[in-house]
Design a protein around this ligand. Structure first.
Ligand code: GLV
Ligand code: MN
Ligand code: MN
Ligand code: MN
Length: 405
């Protein structure tokens, strides 16, 4: 039986890892995802927890009969392409280790405790992040989720079915949501806030509003050698201008904007492209600044597209409003997670989380663990062993506090 965080981590860390590059490719409903879900089921069952799958494919490991007032912790096991080891898994393995720690302490909770794994948090395969928690809470309709497709045109429903789950019942689960008294997510910090402040553990104050926009530029394929420049309708040019405009708009508005995913048709080095499809990820401290960025990007795309005789359209694929975590729960957790009498620091974050989605419907908080590299969504993401233990110890204290009268 794996009880300690290190034992649990030793079982989880090798799964879905690219041996050459060191990054993780754990995409929803793929064999790597099946492996990490099986790891969770085995590990949680080994701790005597009752593992259930909800109607949306999220996993729940219960200590005590599911019921109102439950204290829930957990995170996600899917990854971005070539992602780091800790984004998501730290909170899942940490949640199981915290439950094991409570047991070792002889704690007898007055309320049920559950450790969850939310599906498709990164939106790496189907485009919409936090899909499992959005479905659970009704933040996305079942109809829209069912029809989301991956790069090969496979729908969410088909992929879920292929993985052996029944997709016919996906959608909001108000009864399950009504069981959640509080949700606390342990997560690697995805910036340098804690490394700079010298604290092993921090608490989330807010999440920047953010979203994803798909941008399509359609022109005309032709020969790279024989087509005069003046005769081209090359969608790559307005696309390139739009990427630069996104950078400028982000700088002007104190925001960030990223184009990290691009598809080009027909994708030949000696053919003018017929089509470019790219995804804008934009985030800002407030919603007005975010809107200023996306409006500026859209205007730049329209102008550049018309200059080049190219058709342009933008579609919003997801949007996550600003999250301000409840100060009462946040401060209680900061006090428990602090050291030498000082509360743990409270940090804003530009990263999205299931905790952010859940915060719309239940009391929610997040604990962050120091990341000495400050890098995330890349293999260099890291947490020192001592800091992992600090994070798990803080979560254990928080669960004990919240689950006991
Ligand atoms: C997910 O981690 C995101 O913030 O994009
Ligand atoms: Mn992530
Ligand atoms: Mn994450
Ligand atoms: Mn995230």
């Amino acid at each position: 039986m794996s009880e300690t965080f290190d034992d649990l981590w030793a079982g989880l860390a090798p799964l879905g890892r690219d041996r050459a590059g060191g990054g993780y490719r754990r995409f929803s409903w793929t064999p790597a995802d099946r492996d990490v879900r099986a790891w969770f089921t085995d590990a949680a069952s080994g701790l005597g927890l009752d593992v259930r799958t909800d109607r949306n494919g999220n996993l729940w490991a219960w200590w005590g009969e599911p019921g109102p007032g439950a204290i829930v912790t957990g995170s996600h096991l899917d990854s971005v392409p070539d992602g780091g080891a800790f984004d998501g898994p730290l909170g899942v393995a940490g949640g199981l280790a915290a439950v094991a720690g409570l047991r070792r302490r002889g704690v007898v909770p007055d309320r049920p405790i559950a450790v969850t794994v939310f599906v498709e948090e990164e939106g790496a395969r189907f485009g919409v992040p936090c899909l499992g928690s959005r479905l659970l809470t009704g933040a996305i309709t079942a109809h829209r989720a069912a029809g989301l497709t991956d790069a090969d045109g496979v729908t969410w429903s088909a992929a879920m079915q292929e993985a052996g789950l029944d997709p016919s019942g996906i959608g909001p689960d108000p009864d399950l949501v009504a069981h959640i008294g509080a949700f606390v997510e342990l997560h690697i910090e995805q910036g340098r806030g804690l490394a700079d402040s010298g604290s092993p553990v921090g608490v989330a104050g807010s999440v920047w509003p953010h979203g994803r926009w798909r941008m399509d530029f359609s022109g005309r394929a032709d020969h790279a050698g024989t087509t005069r420049l003046a005769d081209r309708n090359d969608p790559m040019l307005p696309f390139a201008a739009t990427v630069l405009a996104a950078r400028s708009a982000a700088e002007e508005n104190g925001a960030v904007a990223t184009v990290g995913k691009v598809r080009v048709w027909p994708n030949g080095s000696n053919a003018i492209p017929s089509r470019v499809r790219a995804w804008l990820d934009a985030r800002a401290p407030d919603e007005a600044a975010l809107r200023a960025v996306t409006d500026a990007v859209d205007a730049a795309a329209r102008t550049a597209a018309s200059e080049h005789g190219v058709f342009h359209a933008t579609y919003q694929e997801s949007y996550s409003p600003v999250v301000e975590f409840r100060t009462g729960l946040r401060d209680r957790i900061a006090a428990l997670a602090g050291h030498d009498g000082a509360p743990a620091p409270v940090l804003p974050t530009g990263a999205g989380h299931d905790a952010g989605v859940l915060s719309a419907v239940v009391p929610t908080a997040m604990l962050f663990v120091r990341n000495p590299t400050g890098i995330s969504h890349a293999p260099q993401e890291h947490a020192e062993v001592a800091d992992r233990h600090h994070g798990v110890a803080a979560l254990t204290d928080v669960l004990a506090d919240l689950a006991c009268d």
